[in-house]
Structure formats: structure tokens, C-alpha cells
Design a protein around this ligand. Structure first.
Ligand SMILES: [Zn+2]
Length: 382
């Protein structure tokens, strides 16, 4: 799949370079080749990596036994050890994480959790040692592993980590032994104090990393500020309603990278600006993502988020705008541009945003049945 996709991109670049871009015609701007040209840096990443987010994706669940005398700072000498088993943790993930991604992807992606094995860590081992052992022990049909420690992490330490892994050495998909796709979490979310329904937002966040997604809304200290994205403050819904123990939804750009929102569902603003009706980015409407190309590798992404499902913690439906940059073939941390942390006061009908030399305005009567009408124009003289 990768080779033909790359060839397609090459064709679209050549066609668009030859065709000129000065017309500003709305028809030309919505043509698939122009969209592909404008979004090429994102689509190249998407097409190389979306084998991970398509269909069933088998994770082996491993348990890391942290010795009582562990000297790893992440465990902070905490004494609690939970009686976790690979089968038990896999059952919890199957009950909570699989449905989350099934819904988030509109049925396109389904992480499948199966019991892996157990790792007895040495006193000096860091979590990565357990991850490495799990990868080494995983089966050939396994695409990724998730390791769960039986010890909690000390205050101030990260809750876990995840990696989208290396490109497959040949035609994807490939086994975890080749890609090293992996996630790891501490035991905090399995603490009996949570009762029968533990929070699963952290695991949902780390699985997002295994799909190649990066953080959004992070500050210079590494804090997660945004309530709009599983890849930012995944616990944001819980901050608003203690009963919400799953992560928020995710951004349209992550849906694009995952292949759950195709370039045919994106609209790229012509150089002179334009107006488009945006359907919810989490839905199935015609146009679900508006993009302003700020340069060859930097974009404004504009989308309609609906206060329902995983985004039910939002105070109201509204338009979110993010700044997305690709550097060295990687998406950089994504920046929310509407409002201030936690960024939940989205643009409402009649409101506008000026950012990066562009004016984004929501129509006064925006909430039509087929979506919200937005107008995007360059800020002359800004
Ligand atoms: Zn993360």
C-alpha cells in the first residue's frame, strides 16, 4: 500500500505545480488533487502509518512485577503491589478501551487485547526493561504490546508512555518484534480505591501514541492543558464530571492521520479565502475538516466538535482551531488556538478568531442540520 500511495502523491504534486495556484477558484480548491497537494506532508505520514489504525490491531498485555526493593525513581519506593494478571488486565482493556476506539473511529479501528506474559523486573530495572522483555516474548501475530506495572508511580512521575514504533521493514503490517510498537502504564488506575470501574483515559492516551499520535496543548513544563483531545489532558472529562472515566475524543488531524477521515472529507481554503459548511469532525458528513495552509508544512485545522459521546464534557458544540506543524517528517506538538486552557470555550455562532494572519468567522446562524458555516479569509495588512 505504501508504494502506490507515494506514487499518487508524487503525481498530485506534479499536477498541481504545473497547474498554477493563482486562480483561487473554489471548485479547484476542493478538487481532491489540490487537497492532496496542500496536505501532502500530513498525508505522507498518514499513508505510511495508518496500517496501525485500520481494522483489528492485536496487543499482548503483559504485567511487570516490580520488586519491593526497586530503586527506579518512577516507583518512588511505594510499597503497594497489585495482584494483576495479563488476562485480567486484558479483560479490563477489552471492556473499556476497545469500545472507546471502536466508537472514536466510527468502527474502523479495533484494538484487540490478549493475555501476554509476566516479567519479573530486577531491582535496578526501569519500565523500559519490562517493555523490552515483553516485546522479546511476544508472538509473531502480535502487532503491539502494552505493559502494566503492578506498582504505582510516585507523585510527579509520568503515568506511562507509548510509541508508534519503527516503520515495518517490509510491507506492513508487521509484528511487534519488528516495529517495537508499545505502551506502558503504572498501576495507579488499577488501585482498588477506584472500585469496579477504573479510569481508562491514560491507557486510551497511550494507545493513541501507538497509533503515532502526538500531544496537543502541552505547556513548556510538559503539562497537559487541553480538554479537547485524548492526546492532551486525558482526564479532563473527569475534572468536569467524576463519572466520566474515559478520555475525550480526538482532533480531526488525528482522524486524518489514522485514516478515519479521508482527504475527500477535508477542505483547503483558497488563497483568497472562502466559506464552507463543516459537519462534525467525529461524524460522517461531507466536509469534516477545514485547513488553511500557512506554508508547506504548517496548517490551521478547523473543525466542529459536538458536546456528545466522548466530548460530552464540553459545555456546548463549537468550532476548534489548532496549529499543526510537520517537521522532519513528524507532526510536532499541536497547539489549540481558541481561548485559554482547558480550551473548552469553542467558537460560537457570530464569533471569530484571528490567528496566524487569518480570520476565521462562524456564521451568525451556524447550526444548520448539515453543519456549521464558517468563513476563512486572510487578514489583509495584519
Ligand atoms: Zn503522552
Amino acid at each position: 500500500m505504501v508504494a502506490p500511495a507515494a506514487a499518487l502523491l508524487t503525481v498530485s504534486v506534479a499536477a498541481c505545480s504545473g497547474g498554477g495556484s493563482g486562480g483561487g477558484s473554489g471548485v479547484a480548491a476542493t478538487a481532491p488533487l489540490d487537497v492532496r497537494f496542500a496536505l501532502a506532508p500530513l498525508l505522507q505520514i498518514a499513508e505510511a502509518g495508518q496500517w496501525r489504525s485500520d481494522g483489528d490491531d492485536t496487543f499482548e498485555v503483559w504485567v511487570c512485577h516490580v520488586p519491593a526493593d526497586s530503586t527506579a525513581a518512577i516507583y518512588g519506593g511505594l510499597p503497594l503491589r497489585l495482584a494483576l494478571t495479563p488476562a485480567g488486565a486484558a479483560a479490563t482493556f477489552t471492556a473499556r478501551v476497545t469500545p472507546y476506539y471502536d466508537a472514536l473511529s466510527g468502527g474502523r479501528y479495533r484494538p484487540v487485547f490478549v493475555a501476554g506474559g509476566e516479567v519479573a523486573m530486577a531491582a535496578g530495572d526501569e519500565p523500559q526493561a519490562c517493555v523490552d522483555a515483553a516485546i522479546a516474548g511476544a508472538g509473531d501475530a502480535t502487532r503491539a504490546i502494552i505493559a502494566v506495572a503492578d506498582a504505582e508511580h510516585a507523585a510527579g512521575q509520568v503515568g506511562g508512555f507509548g510509541s508508534g514504533g519503527d516503520p515495518c521493514p517490509a510491507q506492513p503490517p508487521c509484528a511487534v518484534g519488528a516495529s517495537r510498537r508499545s505502551a506502558y502504564v503504572g498501576a495507579s488506575d488499577f488501585n482498588p480505591r477506584w472500585g469496579e470501574v477504573p479510569p481508562m483515559d491514560l491507557v486510551q492516551h497511550e494507545i493513541g501514541h501507538t497509533l503515532g499520535w502526538v500531544h496537543s496543548g502541552v505547556d513548556s513544563d510538559g503539562g497537559y492543558l487541553s480538554a479537547l483531545d485524548v492526546m492532551s489532558n486525558s482526564a479532563a472529562p473527569r475534572d468536569i464530571d467524576p463519572q466520566r472515566l474515559d478520555a475525550p475524543g480526538t482532533l480531526a488531524v488525528n482522524r486524518l492521520l489514522a485514516g478515519w477521515l479521508g482527504p475527500e472529507s477535508a477542505w483547503v481554503a483558497p488563497a483568497a479565502g472562502g466559506t464552507i459548511v463543516l459537519a462534525p469532525s467525529a461524524g460522517a458528513g461531507v466536509t469534516r475538516l477545514a485547513v488553511v495552509a500557512l506554508g508547506d508544512d504548517t496548517f490551521l485545522t478547523i473543525e466542529l466538535l459536538v458536546a456528545a459521546g466522548p466530548d460530552g464534557h464540553l459545555p456546548a458544540d463549537g468550532i476548534a482551531v489548532h496549529r499543526v506543524q510537520v517537521a522532519d517528517g513528524l507532526v510536532q506538538p499541536i497547539e489549540p488556538l481558541v481561548g485559554s486552557p482547558p480550551f473548552t470555550d469553542l467558537l460560537q455562532p457570530g464569533e471569530s478568531l484571528d490567528a496566524e494572519g487569518w480570520h476565521v468567522e462562524v456564521a451568525e446562524v451556524a447550526g444548520a442540520a448539515d453543519g456549521w458555516s464558517i468563513t476563512v479569509v486572510p487578514n489583509v495588512g495584519a
